[in-house]
Design a protein around this ligand. Sequence first.
Ligand code: SF4
Length: 73
Amino acid sequence: MNLRKAINDNCKDCLYDKLEPGTWLQQVTLCVVKSCALHNVRPKTTHPIPESVLSYYGVKLGEYQDLVAAYEG
Ligand code: SF4
């Protein structure tokens, strides 16, 4: 198993709740645990996250856009 897959699998196991809105990748993208050693390298979706998912997790559209801008460099 390569490192990328190991991190992806770890984040999915850590956070994903199939009963909650959003795909595993959307949920991990919205992970707020900045103290986690993997936070900066967690997998992130390259597709827009629907506003319905953002609002469920209390993320404002502007905050999400800042998040996307931060990891796009
Ligand atoms: S970055 Fe988030 S989802 Fe990934 S391991 Fe850390 S706390 Fe869990």
